[in-house]
Design a protein around this ligand. Structure first.
Ligand code: UDP
Length: 447
């Protein structure tokens, strides 16, 4: 294999991540997978949420001047942040790439970029460099955009509120309420523009997916008809790559020794990922629901979880005393290790794609509390396709009890263990992810 140029010199792959946890993590993991396959890795990263180079001694790093310092980077302002990054990063990316291409000792094979960082395509085209897109969400989520565009083109949205529960034609198992945007509202122009760009493969030579073929088969087939270029389905990245410290926040590892003292499958792990924001009322509902469930719980209460104020300080009075040793609250957990711990029997999650994959890989069933974007589609798949998740329809207490201590929850756990085995076989020699990775390596070498 010409993985390191045959003559000892590795070919270089440049990675450009979108600098938020759920996107940065899979890009770094992909870098690690490709490094193991013989490529040199350069990460061109924004100054905002920059990865710590000392955590990745095998990678080179190049800083891009994003100038987003001082911007509001919370969820509601993301469109502005993305736009600023795309404008501001282009000149420094171009300078770095020109320098690399002028260096005879370097042999850049391609640039792999998160499709939000669209300036990469502009620069790469100018410099005649091949690009590959990385999709960090499921194919089902990407496919749901095609349905959304079709409905908008047919003037079928906005819909009345009463139709949100109705199935979207030809996109099983999604209902209108599972689409990436609220189908009861007009799509704002700026959002539509972003989504069109998000769904544009631009001049890319291929698409890499952090998914597993058997999880996402039908949407992958549908998308392949829409985008006729090579797809490489090589997930789950966190299992295909060597372990990598990718957290932007400091992990509180005390929770692992707390878990050591709990019975197998007894603990419900609760986390809404890195971006989701809830109000004080829901924070209190979660707290009292966990208290009433009488189940041991490990709860990530990230400082930015609460809209407007410190989440930890806003927990209801008396809650901590009431639950005592039965519950542990941390600001940020080593999630992959937590989910792999034998004491964890369920995951109450916002259903981000990384969290979903991490839970499925450990055979942990979920309580689904999606907040926005792909989380709605992932939750629908968890509850209605893979049937390893319960929705948070009634109350926190009843959903947690169903998952942790009913026959229905036990069946979900059995199915989740089955999915774990299915994912493991996809990663083994001859499995779909393993084969697709071999093909990706050959593809990059051929560029
Ligand atoms: N995560 C973590 N510790 C926590 C909460 C989350 O390490 O306390 C990690 C989690 O393992 C996952 C990522 O943060 O890899 C969250 O990504 P996801 O796609 O699930 O959601 P997002 O944060 O993008 O909404």
């Amino acid at each position: 294999m010409k993985s390191s140029s045959g003559g000892g010199r590795r070919r270089r792959v440049v990675l450009v991540p979108y600098p938020f946890q759920g996107h940065l993590t899979p890009m770094l993991q992909l870098g690690s997978i490709l490094h193991e396959k013989g490529f040199s890795i350069t990460v061109a990263h924004t100054e905002f949420n920059s990865p710590k180079p000392s955590n990745y001694p095998n990678f080179n790093f190049l800083a891009l001047s994003d100038n987003v310092d001082g911007h509001d980077t919370s969820f509601h302002n993301l469109l502005n942040v993305m736009s600023a990054m795309n404008t501001n990063c282009e000149p420094s990316f171009q300078e770095h790439m020109v320098r690399m291409l002028d260096d005879d000792d370097d042999d850049v094979a391609c640039v792999i970029y998160d499709n939000i960082m669209k300036f990469v395509d502009v620069v790469a085209k100018r410099l005649h460099l091949p690009t590959i897109l990385l999709r960090t969400t499921s194919a089902a989520f990407m496919h749901s955009h095609l349905a959304l565009f079709r409905l908008a083109a047919q003037n079928s949205i906005p819909l009345p509120e009463s139709e949100l529960e109705v199935p979207v034609p030809n996109v099983p198992p999604l209902r209108f309420k599972d689409l990436p945007l609220r189908a009861t509202e007009e799509i704002p122009e700026a959002v539509e523009e972003f989504l069109q760009s998000y769904m544009n493969i631009r001049s890319s030579s291929a698409v890499i997916w952090n998914t597993v073929e058997s999880l996402d088969e039908w949407p992958l087939q549908q998308l392949q008809q829409h985008w006729p270029l090579p797809f490489f389905t090589i997930g789950p990245f966190h299992k295909m790559s060597p372990p990598l410290p990718t957290s932007l926040m400091e992990e509180d590892t005390i929770c692992l020794s707390w878990l050591d003292k709990r019975a197998p499958n007894s603990v419900i792990y609760v986390s809404l990922g890195s971006m989701a924001i809830i109000g004080e009322e829901e924070l209190h509902e979660l707290a009292w629901g966990l208290a009433k469930s009488e189940q041991p719980f490990l709860w990530v209460v990230r400082p930015s979880l609460l809209n407007g104020s410190d989440a930890m300080g806003s927990l209801p009075e008396g809650f901590k005393n009431l639950v005592g040793e039965r519950g542990l609250i941390v600001k940020w957990a080593p999630q992959k290790k937590v989910l792999a711990h034998s004491a964890v029997g369920g995951f109450l999650s916002h259903c981000g794609w990384n969290s979903t994959l991490e839970s499925l890989c450990e055979g942990v069933p979920m309580v689904c509390r999606p907040c926005f974007a792909d989380q709605l589609v992932n939750a629908r798949y968890l509850t209605h396709v893979w049937r390893v998740g319960v929705g948070l329809e009634k109350s926190v207490e009843s959903a947690v009890s169903t998952l942790m201590s009913s026959d229905c929850g036990r069946e979900m756990r059995e199915r989740a263990v089955g999915m774990k085995l299915e994912i493991e076989s996809a990663m083994k020699l001859g499995g779909s992810s393993s084969d697709s990775l071999d093909q990706l390596v050959k593809f990059i070498v051929s560029l």
